[in-house]
Design a protein around this ligand. Structure first.
Ligand SMILES: Nc1ncnc2c1ncn2[C@@H]1O[C@H](COP(=O)(O)OP(=O)(O)OP(=O)(O)O)[C@@H](O)[C@H]1O
Length: 239
């Protein structure tokens, strides 16, 4: 039996004088896709920031790939890739130069052939590899960032509203890409408002309310994977 890639227990995070996360526990196995949903201001991004070490934990434990964040927060950071809602790339650099640069600062330089294999793996058209990213669409930016995550070989990927602003076909492609990553044993924690997208991709869906996971649904092994009516009413009652 493999160990969880992410294990959060009784997490508490305060922002200003507000207790935003209040006793949140969550565990993800390798290759598992978890969609974290909840109303505006429920604490979804705050949870991601606490995992990344951008925000201090007031209480609770956090382990990533078996590393305890209390003992070695820097080592935890090397195990996590993060895609914010709007991926930031250096626009004056090409996709390849961006990836080379970020791999270098992550201490994981990779060969030209590896980078190209990464781009191929995420379906970034070869014609875009040596183009400056200025005019890249959101989907192309995400593919570049996912290629980078792939090449860093982090066991945990955090995504904040990855499909907002993507057209339905691009969102569907993106979900298939996440599934391909999960097959490579990457654990994926995705914050989203897209209930249908979550039901399409996730193995589990959690509803965050009052700073913790208030409800959770697990995908059925056969279609339909989730009861959409139950999900909708669960979310409606949380508002
Ligand atoms: N920089 C900040 N300083 C103080 N409080 C903040 C700050 N950023 C966010 N908050 C508060 O933390 C709470 C949770 O915010 P968070 O961004 O985690 O919510 P969210 O669930 O991701 O919301 P959304 O769906 O709107 O993105 C909110 O009440 C928000 O007002």
């Amino acid at each position: 039996m493999s160990k969880p890639t992410l294990c959060i227990a009784d997490l508490v995070v305060e922002r200003g004088d507000k207790r935003v996360v209040d006793g949140l526990s969550l565990s993800l196995m390798p290759g598992e896709i978890y969609a974290l949903l909840g109303g505006n201001g429920a604490g979804k991004s705050t949870t991601l920031f606490a995992i990344l070490g951008f925000l201090k934990r007031q209480a609770g434990s956090l382990m990533v790939a078996g590393i305890d964040a209390s003992a070695d927060p820097d080592a935890v950071r090397t195990q996590v890739a993060y895609l914010p809602e709007n991926v930031a790339l250096y626009d004056h650099l090409t996709a390849r130069e961006n990836v080379d640069y970020f791999l270098k600062i992550a201490g994981r330089p990779r060969s030209r052939a590896d980078v190209e294999a990464g781009f191929e793996g995420v379906g970034l058209a070869a014609s875009a590899w040596d183009e400056r990213t200025t005019r890249f669409s959101k989907g192309m930016r995400q593919k570049t960032a996912i290629a980078l995550a792939l090449l860093r070989e982090t066991p945990l990927l955090l995504l904040d509203e990855p499909t907002s602003g993507l057209d339905p076909a691009a969102a569907s492609d993106f979900h298939r890409l996440l599934e391909a990553l999960a097959k490579r044993d990457v654990a994926i924690l995705m914050v989203t408002h897209d209930l249908l997208g979550a039901a399409d991709t996730a193995d589990r869906i959690g509803l965050i309310q009052a700073g913790r996971i208030a409800r959770e649904w697990t995908a059925a092994p056969t279609e339909p994977r989730f009861d959409l009516n139950a999900l909708h009413s669960g979310f409606a009652s949380a508002r």
